[in-house]
Design a protein around this ligand. Sequence first.
Ligand code: GLU
Length: 327
Amino acid sequence: MIQQIDKETVREAVQMAYERCKNETGGKNADYIPYLANVPSNLFGIAACLPDGEVIAVGDTEYRFGIESVSKVPTAILAMNQYSGEEVLQKIGADATGLPFNSIMAILLEKDHPSTPLVNAGAIAACSMIRPAGDADAKWKAIVGFISELAGGEVEVIDELYKSETATNFNNKSIAWLLKNYGRIYDDPDLSLDIYTRQCSIGITARQLATVGATIAGGGVNPVTHRPVFKPELAPKITAMMATVGFYEHTGDWLFLTGLPAKTGVGGGILGVVPGVMGLAAFAPPLDEAGNSVKAQKALSYVAGHLNLNLFNTTRCVMRACEPAQV
Ligand code: GLU
């Protein structure tokens, strides 16, 4: 039987997760992007956005950190919204690579498609698909506007991070041009890579990220603004992609332990989606060797376990006395 939880229980779980994890010292800031190496390592925040738009937030949930790979989620939804889930599946794919997020080997091994929009190759391909083709400004407006709609508030690029990424993204340059070699990029490779680099450099808060999660959890309707942001049938598709590859080569372990579809970024953020129930986010810069935030993983794992949010559990919880946003 499905159990019901109330807001107070969620508040307690978020607070307890914060207390239990705040002194965790494992991991190390990403340093291959110089800006990220200098973000204060002790920042830590957790947020849950509920179906009525209330955000329960503890810690540094107003700090704007680099969204990094979590941006792959909105752009994948936007590509599916502009085309269709099936067309994105055919042009990019939805398979986990089992290899690191920036793997060139994965492209060489899977010549027929770039695997999934949630690794670098597929994300650069997704940026190339965003309409209108060839118009960098209009493409960028479409992406940044879409992320702002999902987050329920304006987001913008952290200039210093964008410069830092642009000066050091040699591996991603190789990916963009290798995709071109295999006919798997759908606009100019340099333009597509620049859009990808810009989207990774967007600053977002844990509060906004939890709202992104709640918008996906609510089938595309933002519970804070009450606005429909994308087609409802795409919510289970993006959630499935997150579940299969959100933690790169550690995804199976994460899903086995928590049953929570989630996506990490090397800026230290993690976005979690509990379909029909809530959006979750946690942020702390130090990462494990696969590029996933150590503290944010522990925090979300605690919240998911404590509230019984495991998607695969027949007795998993739903929210009580908290009506979904009306369109
Ligand atoms: N901008 C980063 C890169 O392309 C994002 C990586 C990540 O967050 O996993 O390397």
